[in-house]
Design a binder for this molecule. Structure first.
Ligand SMILES: Cc1cc2nc3c(=O)[nH]c(=O)nc-3n(C[C@H](O)[C@H](O)[C@H](O)COP(=O)(O)OP(=O)(O)OC[C@H]3O[C@@H](n4cnc5c(N)ncnc54)[C@H](O)[C@@H]3O)c2cc1C
Length: 398
């Protein structure tokens, strides 16, 4: 198995580096580096820059306006973006609903929705989870009942990330309550400005508004907004989740976070010396760095196999568990290095425009909030416990 990059791939990496150097806005990169919140406009600006270069839809086939890249190009692109401080793309449109529309949508749905995702006209959010349906997704209860050429939708979705910005939501809805759970679900594309939809914020531990509850009260949705056959939405749901779970090791992001952690540890002082010289801290950083190197090597091995025509199986569960644990460990160390300076974070310092007196160095503003926020990594996209169940069954035969 060859896990070295070819000359062509290395040349591609240089091209990406040059593009990022020339085009990534410095103010956005500064926010990303310090872990500050990005606005909707920040995301849209970066998306428009990528779209102009033809690099926004990395996962799409060429004929739909994608890049047609292979797995290695996608990996290199993500690595370089993370290293340069580019924002992580909001996946719900480009990397989640779009592949479903490309695979299962009608030509009319493809012609309508795909260009609007590419040019940023639509901001999508994901309406899968409900108060009683998270890990056990097949138990969704939101009902869609036919009425002429519409469905009438009633129910509640939860944890809807950045739903406050969205003008569209893709939803799993129950269209046959009598069938066995997976067999009575349909996949609907719904306009967020439809009468009967209301969005309520959920404020997370770090004080941020990132997730929402979405309520549907007699919302009328045209039948032509269904993707795939009625009651066959589970097929779309599963296909979408395979896209949601790719790239979850987040090696590039962890590398950038580790470099940032070391920079903080060079500035902070423990017993009169730079914290980075403290033996216990060095040992902890070394442990996490070794795990990260191991995950990177596993990622490259999986890429090499995928490049040779194989498909990743349970390896993606290993990457999800380990990748999320590493990112959480790095955020924990950043908080520890800062000690009491990490504690009194001020919500308004999280935005770059804050003009008040800083409590400590600018890098001390976000680690506590980030530590709290990143607890989510081991929950969403399939919790780590569920990934361990998958490994226990598929790998260990338990
Ligand atoms: C920040 C954040 C953003 C999210 N964004 C979205 C979004 O945009 N759209 C969306 O649809 N959803 C979103 N989610 C929902 C996410 O997918 C669910 O939280 C996740 O699937 C877990 O479901 P749950 O919260 O209902 O927990 P539950 O399924 O109730 O699980 C609770 C605990 O029990 C464990 N558990 C459950 N079943 C088993 C089992 N069989 N064996 C062992 N342990 C088990 C779980 O691992 C977990 O620790 C988001 C979640 C978070 C935290």
């Amino acid at each position: 198995m060859n896990i070295h990059f070819t000359e062509q791939e290395l040349a591609f990496r240089e091209e990406v580096r040059a593009f990022l150097k020339a085009e990534l806005p410095a103010d956005i990169a500064a926010k990303v580096r310090l872990g500050k919140k990005l606005t909707k406009q920040d995301h849209q600006r970066w998306q428009a820059i990528l779209h102009r270069r033809g690099w926004y839809a990395a996962n799409w086939p060429l004929e739909h306006g994608g890049t047609g890249w292979g797995v290695v190009e996608k990996h290199l692109f993500e690595e370089e973006c993370a290293a340069a401080g580019a924002p992580r793309l909001i996946s719900f449109g480009v990397n989640m609903v779009a592949p479903v529309i490309i695979r299962f949508g009608t030509p009319e749905q493809q012609a309508h929705y795909l260009p609007r995702i590419l040019d940023g006209s639509d901001w999508w959010c994901q309406g899968y989870s409900e108060p009683g349906a998270g890990s056990d997704l097949a138990s969704v209860k939101t009902r869609a009942v036919r009425d002429g050429n519409h469905y009438v939708v009633n129910g509640q979705k939860t944890w809807t990330t950045l739903g406050q910005y969205a003008n569209r939501i893709f939803c799993l809805v129950r269209t046959d309550p009598e069938a066995k759970p997976q067999a009575g679900i349909s996949f609907l594309l719904i306009d967020m400005d439809s009468p009967g939809i209301s969005v309520r914020p959920i404020i997370t531990l770090d004080g941020a508004h990132e997730v929402n509850e979405v309520f549907f009260d007699d919302v009328r949705v045209p039948l032509e907004n269904r993707v795939g056959e009625e009651n066959d939405g589970w097929t779309c749901a599963k296909y979408l989740l395979t896209h949601e779970r790719t790239g979850q090791a987040g090696v590039g992001i962890s590398k950038a976070a580790l470099a940032h952690l070391k920079a903080i540890a060079r500035h902070e002082v423990i017993d009169g010396r730079p914290a980075l010289e403290d033996p216990l801290l060095r040992q902890r950083i070394a442990e996490v760095e070794m795990r990260l190197m191991a995950v990177e090597m596993s990622t490259l091995r999986i890429l090499a196999r995928a490049q040779a025509g194989g498909t990743p199986g349970t390896e993606s569960s290993i990457l999800k568990i380990t990748g999320s644990e590493i990112r959480q460990a790095i955020s924990d160390l950043a908080r520890r290095v800062l000690g009491p300076h990490a504690l009194p974070f001020l919500a308004d310092e999280m935005v770059l425009e804050h003009e008040g007196e800083p409590l400590h160095a600018d890098y001390s503003v976000t680690p506590a909030a980030q530590y709290l926020n990143l607890r989510k990594l081991s929950i969403y996209g399939g919790s780590n416990e569920i990934q361990k169940n998958i490994l226990a069954k598929a790998q260990l035969g338990l």
